[in-house]
Design a protein around this ligand. Structure first.
Ligand code: URP
Ligand code: ZN
Ligand code: ZN
Length: 471
């Protein structure tokens, strides 16, 4: 097996930082050494990575991506091949994507379809959550089977998208009771989809069809109401672990904070789009341009204090994780499906490449610490979703490492840094005071010298255990 020594850098963990060298043997980290210790011990590695003046952090863990997701009559434009390669460009070494089951389909059959899409195509490691779009006796049985046999220990339910992926409260309760038995995590898309559909129909009837009405018909109250309801249902189901996905609004965050205060196993993630982008500056751009930023939950108004509250939530650990909800669609032919009718614009923003960069910029801006960057983007997502060997730099962990250069800069944009399979960037023109330097996935260098040197198929499916993050 081949050895690698990353030397001269500052190793950042969720709890601190120190000057140290990292020794890798094969696919694993085998030692953290004091500077110079490798030489005094006579260790000569097969390969060295000079991290002088740089940060050495665990590879990013993005627990919310949608490669090749069928949505609104089209399909997310990144395949597992292109999307995981872009992730690697962004310092991410593990994704957890979503296999989808729809009403009337077998969970196991649908999971097999997702395995087929991903197997042999990924640049970095990957796992799956399972979306349950049709809660019934069969799918409930399958949930238990997946936890016990398939390394799939989290299930996403939807309070939004009636007629597509929506579950009613009774179905949600049954799925939560099932998860409570098996120890699985319920992930919730918390928006009141029934009320939203009324507002959407009224908006279209008035002739309010531009992209900005996507947000105006999904008011923050309908996110906090659904979040509240999901929390109450999780309590009734025996304090089942509940994880609210893509949180965008202050009110919803307050519901989560109150639940945590009450000692419930309730957690939440936000995404870079909610920390940086707004209704006015992005979604409400003239003409159809705003379609680039149609996602659900939607971008919120800058005239309230959602972004400041979300950053504070990250500092306070009310928000434990930053994921991307990477769900890219090209503007041409895909977003354009909603010309003249915002409700037909496929929902999603691509960002898997930029999460480590954008959240690092939060460090530069003084919103969070370097340690919190690592915690929310690497360590906690791994613990939250049972990725035992990921998200930390310690002996025995997978050698998934990002060497980050704080002395260089990154310009994001379609003609700058952009490797996702989309014809625009949601973060066009953003400048980051730092740069991905070297990325190592299970001991193999995949990014170095501003070049992708990985291979399709290097990434392996990871069976996950239960969450180790519960109260
Ligand atoms: O707009 C989004 N979030 N698209 C992906 C599907 C989902 O609800 O996560
Ligand atoms: Zn969702
Ligand atoms: Zn999503």
């Amino acid at each position: 097996m081949s050895t690698t020594l990353i030397h001269g850098g500052t190793v950042i963990s969720a709890v601190g930082r120190r000057e140290a060298d990292v020794l890798i043997d094969g696919e694993k980290i085998v030692a953290i050494l004091a500077p110079g210790q490798a030489t005094s011990m006579g260790i000569v590695a097969d390969r060295t990575v000079d991290a002088t003046g740089k940060y050495v952090v665990p590879g990013g863990v993005d627990v919310h991506t949608h490669m090749e997701l069928p949505f609104g009559g089209t399909e997310a434009s990144d395949t597992f091949e292109t999307g995981t390669r872009a992730a690697a460009w962004g310092g991410v070494t593990t994704i957890v994507d979503f296999a989808v089951q729809n009403t009337g389909f077998s969970v196991q059959d649908q999971l097999a379809v997702w395995h087929e899409k991903a197997a042999g195509n990924c640049a970095i490691d990957y796992g799956f959550h399972q979306i349950i779009g049709g809660v019934d006796d069969e799918s409930l049985k399958a949930m238990t089977y997946l936890v016990d046999n398939e390394g799939i220990t989290s299930f996403k339910l939807f309070m939004a998208y009636p007629g597509v992926l929506y579950s009613d409260d009774g179905q949600i309760l049954r799925a939560m009771q099932n998860a409570s038995e098996s120890g699985a995590m319920i992930m919730m898309h918390a928006e009141n989809g029934i009320a939203i559909d009324v507002l959407v129909a009224q908006s279209l009837a008035r002739g309010d069809t531009d992209p900005k009405f996507h947000s105006l018909t999904r008011p923050a109250e309908l996110e906090s109401e659904a979040t509240h309801r999901a929390i109450q249902l999780s309590k009734v189901a025996g304090n089942v672990p509940l994880y609210i996905v893509h949180m965008s609004a202050s009110g919803a965050l307050e519901e989560v904070a109150a639940a945590q205060h009450a000692g419930l196993n309730v957690f939440a993630e936000t995404c870079p789009q909610y920390l940086y982008l707004t209704l006015e500056d992005h979604l409400a751009q003239p003409g159809f341009e705003g379609a680039k930023w149609v996602c659900s939950t939607p971008l919120r108004t800058k005239h309230e204090h959602h972004q400041a509250d979300l950053w504070k939530g990250l500092r306070m650990n009310e928000l434990a994780v930053v994921s991307t909800d990477h769900c890219p669609f090209c503007f041409k032919d895909q977003k354009e499906l909603g010309l003249g009718n915002f409700s037909k614009i496929p929902n999603g923003i691509g960002g898997v490449e930029h999460r480590m960069e954008l959240i690092y910029q939060g460090v530069v801006l003084g919103e969070i610490s370097l340690e919190r960057w690592v915690e929310t983007c690497c360590t906690t997502p791994a613990r939250m979703f049972g990725l035992e060997h990921k998200g930390v730099i310690e002996p025995g962990a997978d050698a998934d490492i990002l060497v980050w250069d704080p002395n260089r800069t990154t310009k994001i944009g379609i003609n700058d840094k952009h490797h996702m399979n989309m014809d625009h960037s949601a973060y066009e023109g953003f400048e980051i005071d730092g740069k991905v330097d070297t990325v190592i996935s299970r001991g193999t260098v995949v990014i170095e010298n501003d070049t992708y040197v990985g291979t399709k198929g290097h990434g392996k499916f990871v069976k996950r255990g239960l969450s180790t993050y519960l109260h």
